[in-house]
Each structure stands twice: as C-alpha cells, then as structure tokens.
Design a protein around this ligand. Structure first.
Ligand SMILES: N[C@@H](CCC(=O)N[C@@H](CS)C(=O)NCC(=O)O)C(=O)O
Length: 215
C-alpha cells in the first residue's frame, strides 16, 4: 500500500490524480501546510525539503520514499507501466513537458500568485515580471496544443497530469484569464479535455472532501 502525504493545492493534486488514473490503492494523509505540519520532524523524514506532496511505497517488502511531484509521477509511471512511454520521441516529449512544468509553469505561476495576491507589499516590478513570464509559458503550451491533443502528442501522459492543476487555475478568473489567458483556445480546450476525465474529477473531489471532513 502507498501512503500519500499531500494537501489541496495544485502540486498536491498531481499524485492524487496519478494514483487514481493508475488504479493504485493508497492511504491519503492530509498535511495542513497552513499550520506548518510540513515542517514537522516526522514529515521532514519523508521530504527533507518540507513541502507536499510526498509518498512512501510500502509494497514489495521495503519502504521507498519519493518527494518532488515530478519524481513521484515518474516513479508511479514506472511502477505501473502507465502514462510514460518507454522509448523514442514520445518518451522524450513526455519528460520534456513534465520538466517544463516543474521548472517553469509551477515556479512562475507560484511566484505570480504570491506577489499579486499574498505579498503584503505590492511590488509592481515583481507582479509584472511573473505575470508576463507566466503568460509567455501559457502561450508556449497553447502553441504546442494547437497541433496535439495532449502535451506529449496523441496520448495522455504524466505531462498532462502534472501540468493540469496550475494551468486550470491560470486560465480561470482566479488566475490570468483577464490578462489574456482567455484567448488561448487550444489550451482552454485541453483544460476541458483533461478536466473531464473521470479520474481527474474524482481525485479533485476526493481531496476536497477529505479536507472538508477534517473540519
Ligand atoms: N517542486 C515541488 C513544489 C512543492 C510545493 O511547492 N509545495 C507547496 C504546496 S503547493 C508547499 O508544500 N508549501 C509549503 C511550504 O513551502 O512550506 C514539487 O513539485 O513537489
């Protein structure tokens, strides 16, 4: 059985969706990052970086910990043989668009979110810089999706799973919709396509329900 440690954020959603898509059994442990639970010693033993998400895989006679959402998705893809092509251009595209999220989409949108919404001091330079870079990144995704249904090409992969959470928010009213994201038609169609998958809907519902039940 896999233990998943996560929270209701775009990064936290990724492994829930992957586990649901793969049909794996798992125990969901909510780590309330608003209370600082991610910095507690027992969690730091699983992720020394003190951030969700993380998993511990207890199958197979030994416990394997994995942190960083990209590493978790690749680990689960290799464990199950799903959502990561094994060779050729399809594998290269899947890994490239996966790391594009980890190194670009996540950090840039995360910084924009911080400076535009949470920073007590509003710094126009920082807000503009991260908004413009986020929009540029969204346009790169849109361009890719003009001729491909999914980021790696014809098939749904971990690249779609990992990009979905942040992009879904980015194109919404909570994100950059009115800053130009609403014009990215191929990206919007992809958000619909991925968001209509039963496992994606189920994972978001499951995470939110678990949080609400916790009170
Ligand atoms: N690169 C990491 C980012 C993880 C991350 O930023 N997690 C956030 C929640 S979305 C977190 O735990 N924040 C709490 C903190 O930084 O203390 C990944 O992809 O797993």
């Amino acid at each position: 059985m896999i233990d998943l440690y996560t929270w209701t954020t775009p990064n936290g959603e990724k492994p829930v969706t992957m586990l649901e898509e793969c049909g794996l059994d798992y125990r969901l442990h909510l780590v309330d990052i608003s209370s600082g639970a991610q910095k507690a010693p027992d969690f730091l033993a699983i992720n020394p970086n003190g951030k969700i998400p993380a998993i511990v895989d207890n199958d197979g006679g030994q416990s394997i910990r994995v942190f960083e959402s990209g590493a978790i998705l690749i680990y689960l893809a290799e464990k199950t043989g799903q959502f990561l092509p094994t060779s050729g251009q399809a594998r290269a595209e899947t890994l490239a668009w996966t790391f594009f999220q980890v190194g670009g989409v996540g950090p840039m949108l995360g910084q924009w979110n911080h400076f535009a919404k949470f920073a007590k001091e509003k710094i126009p330079y920082a807000i503009d810089r991260y908004r413009d870079e986020s929009l540029r990144i969204l346009r790169v995704l849109d361009e890719r999706l003009k001729s491909n249904d999914y980021l790696a090409g014809d098939t749904y992969t971990i690249a779609d799973i990992i990009n979905f959470g942040w992009v879904r928010i980015a194109v919404s009213g909570k994100g950059l919709k009115d800053d130009g994201a609403n014009e990215l038609e191929s990206l919007l169609a992809w958000v619909e396509r991925v968001g209509s998958r039963p496992a994606v809907q189920h994972s978001l519902h499951k995470l939110e329900t678990a949080k609400n039940e916790r009170g």
